[in-house]
Design a protein around this ligand. Sequence first.
Ligand SMILES: [Zn+2]
Length: 300
Amino acid sequence: MPLQIVHHPDYDAGFATSHRFPMSKYPLLMETLRARGLAGAGALNTAEPAPASWLKLAHAADYVEQVISCSVPEKIEREIGFPVGPRVSLRAQLATGGTVAAARLALRHGIACNTAGGSHHARRAQGAGFCTFNDVAVASLVLLEEGAAHNILVVDLDVHQGDGTADILGDEPRVFTFSMHGERNYPVRKIASDLDVALPDGTGDAAYVERLDSILPELSAGARWDIVFYNAGIDVHAEDRLGRLSLSDKGLRARDRMVVGHFRALGIPVCGVIGGGYSIDVPALAARHAVLFEVASGYA
Ligand SMILES: [Zn+2]
């Protein structure tokens, strides 16, 4: 069976190409996956919008209603980084529904990936940092509520700290949040995860991979995890506009292999989400995001 991929054309909310958020990476990622033979028949699943009842497990009810009705206060929209109009609202509901769907597919098949997700700066009260809803937090709480999972591990390797996920899941003992990120990257005020590893600017492949290699056994020994959510943000790359950790293409692939390989060898289901990636060169971004899918397909 091919790697199960969850996607929706409306993950692309159609921003101008000059926007700081490179929205066109979503359709380009799909083109790349098709070109690499990863998006054939039997691989693709269409995301459905997350219902409000799921979103409210992780977010304040008034904020969920504001996003759904496109009436988010301007102050919050500025913190998010774009206005929440109908396309952004739909995109946020779809991306979250997509991560829930990918998590369910991962539980069934061992591994699955969403072609969006990893909106880890969205906190309980509101969105921030290009993140409207926190898809991984919502999916974790949906699985717990349904009894589909009892112990959940979040491995967040996006270059930015997973402050929103920590905020939402801080009081939830059944979810362990791990974030390894650039110490000097956004957000300035970090919210403590269950385990945070802050790395210095210019860390590079060797030191990064060595650090990860020492932490993964510690994480997997923490509990009998029913599922791992892996935020494979590519803003750790040297050519990323926002990242500071200076990984190469080779380092990025080694990282993904290490994480996916580690948990799959233990029989733990892995749900991959793409996380952040910011570059003017959008085809290069799409190719970097495709690495997660290439690596994951080796374990499908
Ligand atoms: Zn990021």
